[in-house]
Design a protein around this ligand. Structure first.
Ligand code: ATP
Length: 136
């Protein structure tokens, strides 16, 4: 069997994933990329999206990441994310409330921080989409 790769996903608050994976797919700023053991080392920034990996038992896993950085070494992928949680830990109601708040802010006239509101909107939409994909 092919060799596994170590996957670590950390945020400033917590370690979200620290386990072996058969393959890791991540939302790079320039497009989604996949890493297998033995990959050429590289670094990239990440978009908001989902990191997908196949764990050592062969099960596909999903983790929301709100952007950050990834470093791939031949036997390890490290993801430093601004925030991250496993798909099963996403609170859909919380994400829906965040979506409503962001929409309200964006609809308001005047002095709002658009970049911040749009980023909050994107996080909420992707969390909802990812959590709902578990039900398909
Ligand atoms: P909110 O306004 O609901 O806090 P947010 O997008 O501002 O959402 P983040 O700053 O991305 O939240 O994350 C803050 C912390 O809360 C992180 O630890 C993140 O994993 C967690 N978190 C945020 N939203 C959710 C959610 N819907 N379900 C589970 N955990 C969440």
């Amino acid at each position: 069997m092919a060799e596994n790769i170590k996957l670590e996903i950390v945020t400033p608050e917590k370690s979200v994933v620290n386990e072996e994976a058969q393959i890791v797919m991540a939302p790079g700023s320039l497009g989604e990329f996949g890493v297998l053991a033995g990959h050429t080392p590289f670094m990239t920034s990440l978009k908001i999206g989902a990191v997908r990996y196949v764990d050592k038992a062969g099960k596909e896993r999903f983790v929301f990441v709100s952007g950050g950085f990834a470093e791939a070494l031949p036997n390890k992928v490290t993801i430093l994310a601004d925030s991250a949680e496993r798909r099963k830990d996403i609170d859909i109601e919380r994400a829906k409330a965040a979506l409503a708040r962001a929409e309200e802010r964006l609809a308001k006239e005047g002095d709002i921080d658009f970049t911040r509101a749009r980023a909050a909107l994107a996080r909420a939409i992707l969390r909802i989409r990812l959590a709902e994909s578990a039900r398909l």
